[in-house]
Design a protein around this ligand. Structure first.
Ligand code: SAH
Length: 344
């Protein structure tokens, strides 16, 4: 028997077309969406407002996947929860839940492993296996919402993987998150973070989605950035910033530049001044974060004071910059620390 297709891999438009071929009206797609994403049903038979012949017909072709919990850890420091979910094959992915007052963020993975090999990131040490399907990205959030019964207000694509290396599945998942009959999370509450893949930035600019875009910059110097983020060789800083300018011009959105402060690598006064010069006049924010140490990789964390000085330098030059506090450090859930247990 052929494997059944998963209902959560379909956009609402695709479901409308499938239903049309079964002589069903378009509103059935909205009903199915509500069962999947608002009620979290895992059986087509539980979709009570669908006529029973339709439920039978759907069940012959489709299934509803559910995530399996492999492991979870809760931070005693700040309520952050790290979850390891098992996929239908032998792979597993990590998801992090970050409560902050009224905001509750889910940090999702977009791939099993990552191809981009950033020198300072724990995810780069996980061998790339494959892209996640839309259902698997959505299940990360549904697991938190349904199984853990926790509220979810924001999504960040800052788990394992490079979202633009899995562009189509990521955008499809985002449209379902965004749909009022889906997870109903506003586009402005969804952040996509990229290591700087220009084709992805260009495509996103034409999606007509009011997403938040973060670009992991980490240095304003090509030699340093290439060492930290190897894809800089292919898409160097000059062209990357040009692409960001086009994105901002076209979408009228602000871009956030992520900058991990790594001791002795990118934290000097000259580094700050070069960064300020690079970003001068661009509608952007700079998000600094002190490096979360990963022993196997050999980089070090600068002191809090060093972080402050760098921040003040940027602010003095007129940039809109903040120094982000790391979360979930006691459970290795902080940025770049996912999969660390397997690495060290
Ligand atoms: N591939 C995407 C998304 C995943 S990384 C990207 O590169 O943006 C999410 C963020 O965590 C990025 O800004 C990344 O540079 C940062 N990060 C990775 N390792 C880190 C570490 N060890 N300490 C602090 N931040 C880290």
């Amino acid at each position: 028997m052929a494997a059944l297709l998963d209902l959560k891999d379909y956009s609402k438009d695709e479901l409308v077309n499938i239903l049309a071929s079964m002589n069903e009206p378009p509103y059935r797609a909205a009903q199915i969406f509500r069962w999947l994403y608002k009620e979290g049903v895992v059986r087509i038979d539980d979709m009570r407002n669908l006529p029973s012949p339709l439920r039978d017909a759907l069940s012959k072709a489709f299934r509803i996947s559910r995530p399996r919990l492999f492991d979870s850890k809760a931070s005693k420091l700040d309520g952050t929860i790290k979850i390891l979910l098992g996929l239908e094959d032998a792979n597993a992915i990590e998801t992090v839940y970050i409560p902050q007052g009224r905001r509750s963020t889910v940090c999702v993975s977009s791939q099993v492993g990552c191809r981009r090999s950033c020198a300072f990131c724990a995810s780069s040490t996980v061998k790339f296996a494959r892209n996640l399907f839309p259902r698997e990205i959505l299940n990360e959030i549904l697991f938190i919402k349904m199984n853990k019964e926790l509220p979810v207000t924001n999504i960040v694509f800052m788990g394992i993987g490079e979202p633009f290396d899995n562009y189509d599945n990521v955008i499809k998942a985002i449209r379902i998150m965004n749909d009022p009959d889906g997870l109903n999370i506003g586009a402005r509450k969804i952040t996509v973070s990229t290591c700087g893949l220009i084709p992805g930035i260009e495509r996103l600019a034409s999606e007509n989605l009011q997403l938040e875009l973060s670009v992991s910059l980490h240095s304003a110097d090509d030699a340093v950035r290439t060492r930290l983020v190897p894809v800089n060789k292919r898409y160097p800083i000059g062209s990357l910033i040009e692409s960001c300018r086009r994105y901002i011009g076209k979408t009228n959105r602000v871009i956030t530049f992520e900058y991990v402060l790594i001791k002795g690598i990118n934290t000097s006064r000259a580094d700050a001044l070069k960064l300020a010069k690079l970003l001068k006049g661009i509608k952007c924010k700079v998000n600094l974060i002190r490096y979360n140490q990963i022993k196997a990789l050999g980089y070090e964390t600068p002191s809090r004071e060093e972080g402050r000085v760098f921040l003040d330098e940027l602010i003095a030059k007129g940039l809109n910059a903040t120094l982000r506090k790391s979360r979930g450090e006691d459970i290795d859930a902080a940025c770049g620390q996912l999969r660390i247990a397997q690495v060290q």
